[in-house]
Design a protein around this ligand. Structure first.
Ligand code: UDX
Ligand code: ADP
Length: 479
């Protein structure tokens, strides 16, 4: 079966970049990305490429090359499903907030809705591909909707479907690189024809031996397990960072030593403020839910601890900041550098910055938050608290006391540190590693602290600038 038209439902962090790369690598295939969200689509179509809804290095260049050629973004869900030979489902699957499985299981209402749209509007034979990270056995749900008589036979008796699982392993910030040069492509399914058709698309740029075929449930479970293993590594190294600080060891040295063991490997061993992002926590909780559902509480407890430690670790950092700032941060100005959950993305979902900033606000600190890509409106949403723009006009330091527990957004790092008691680095943006600490020190109130939760700041330059310094997992600076 030759694929000529693809429709991707969901123009988010997965759908947008992955379809851009598909369009770039398969110029003969017409790709239509559709979304319910009109503003998002308007932004994808913005002439000014800096206004695309997603910031991802390399993405704007590809959109420039392909948009209007074989890549289109629209809200025409019905029309684009109707002409598609293959439909990708790339919608959000957040953790359920109420009902059975609340706090753990994924809410599949958007996936279900997509399946209903496909059942209603598709014409002829359609291959439906799950791309969203979804709980195991979602393909079954999709198939049962596609095959249900109400949606299917009555309206469109000639429509037929195959469902494949093709989880996406891209990491934000390196999405384009990951999509162009993936470690592997996983295709789960039963139908040879459908698998061959999807595999043929990837073979336009991915070597055949990197395309793995599994049964549909293995493919779904492999995605959850992959993320769980990665998150588990971060929780492991972060837990050891606390021990390093207590004993006088240095986490960077420990990481290097254990990462040199080829069985362990050196990647994903950077201690930080705790993992964030839309996938890790959600996928582990899905795994926990699955284990509980199948009567395996020991397995559920094992994986749940990875999430517990992550939350504890974030709290550990905010408490430590309060302790170092003489036991109170009430009315003190703290400059937060970085709100995205990692560098090179504007995504803040589950960012450690959210919890750490909320804790500091709760303690009465006055926060000046800087991030090169995250907007102040997004930070307001995440903190559940409006920015107080008045803060920027306060010249008299003592007046800050009146604004305890407030925050504002400050794009300019040097304005953000003016009169601050401390600077806290929470995201590893490149520009934070080359800050002129001599200049910063002149502007801060003494005694002043620099907290580096990402190990990107040059310790010597900070100390030479007469600033106190704390780095994650460094037992020598903690004492
Ligand atoms: C992750 C998976 O890597 C990807 O395969 C999957 O498709 C989606 O989930 P992502 O969440 O985009 O990708 O970013 P990732 O690079 O995995 O980082 C996740 C979190 O772990 C970030 O908060 C990051 O700062 C943190 N991290 C990562 C560390 O603290 N230390 C590390 O060594 C690596
Ligand atoms: P991800 O990180 O998984 O890509 P996002 O939240 O960034 O998740 O994107 C998911 C997108 O899917 C959103 O833009 C949302 O509007 C869209 N979406 C959700 N349900 C539907 C639907 N039934 N039809 C079209 N688009 C949908």
């Amino acid at each position: 079966m030759e694929i000529k038209n693809i429709c991707c439902i969901g123009a988010g962090y997965v759908g947008g970049p992955s379809m851009a790369v598909f369009a770039d690598k398969c110029p003969k295939i017409q790709i239509e990305v559709v979304d319910l969200n009109e503003e998002r689509i308007r932004n994808w179509n913005n002439e000014d490429l800096s206004k695309l809804p997603i910031y991802e290095p390399g993405l704007a260049e590809i959109v420039k090359r392909c948009r209007g050629r074989n890549l289109n973004f629209s809200n025409l869900i019905k029309e684009k499903i109707a002409i598609a030979d293959m439909v990708f489902i790339s919608v959000n699957t957040p953790t359920k907030t109420k009902g059975i499985g609340a706090g753990k299981a994924s809410d599949l209402k958007w996936v279900e809705e997509c399946a209903r749209q496909v059942a209603e509007f598709s014409v002829g034979h359609t291959i439906v591909v799950e791309k969203s990270t979804i709980p195991v056995r979602t393909a079954e749900t999709i198939m049962s909707i596609l095959k249900s008589s109400d949606n299917f036979h009555a309206k469109n008796s000639k429509s037929t479907f195959e469902v494949l699982s093709n989880p996406e392993f891209l990491a934000e910030g390196t999405a384009i690189k990951d999509l162009e040069n993936p470690d592997r492509i996983l295709i789960g399914g039963e139908n040879d024809e459908a698998i061959k058709a999807l595999s043929a698309l990837y073979q336009n740029w991915v070597p055949k031996d990197k395309i793995l075929r599994t049964n549909i449930w293995s493919s779904e479970l492999a995605k959850l397990t992959s993320n769980a293993f990665l998150a588990q590594r971060i929780s492991s190294i972060n837990s050891i960072s606390a021990l390093c600080e207590a004993t006088g060891a240095d986490i960077k040295e420990v990481s290097r030593a254990i990462g040199s063991d080829s069985r362990i490997g050196s990647k994903f061993l950077d201690s930080g403020p705790g993992f964030g992002g839309s996938c890790f926590k959600k996928d582990i909780l899905n795994l926990v839910y699955l284990a509980e559902y199948f009567g395996l509480p020991e397995i559920a407890n094992f994986w749940e601890e990875v999430v517990h430690i992550n939350k504890w670790h974030q709290q550990r950092i905010s408490r430590l900041i309060v302790k170092k700032l003489l036991g109170t941060v009430t009315g003190k100005k703290i400059c937060i550098l970085g709100f995205a959950f990692k560098a090179n993305t504007n995504d803040t979902r589950e960012s450690a910055s959210i919890k750490i900033c909320q804790d500091l606000i709760e303690e009465g600190a006055v926060l000046f938050i800087q991030d090169p890509q995250v907007s102040s409106s997004q930070i307001s949403l995440d903190l559940g608290k409006q920015e107080n723009k008045e803060l920027k006009n306060i010249k008299e330091k003592n007046l800050l006391m009146k604004f305890e527990g407030e925050w504002c957004y400050e794009k300019n790092i040097f304005s953000a540190v003016e009169g601050a008691d401390s600077v806290v680095v929470l995201t590893e943006w490149e520009e934070y590693s080359s800050i002129n600490w001599e200049e910063v020190s002149k502007k801060m109130r003494k005694p002043s602290w620099v907290f580096d939760s990402r190990s990107i700041v040059c310790q010597k330059k900070v100390i030479d600038a007469n600033l106190n310094f704390w780095r994650i997992g460094d037992g020598t600076t903690t004492k």
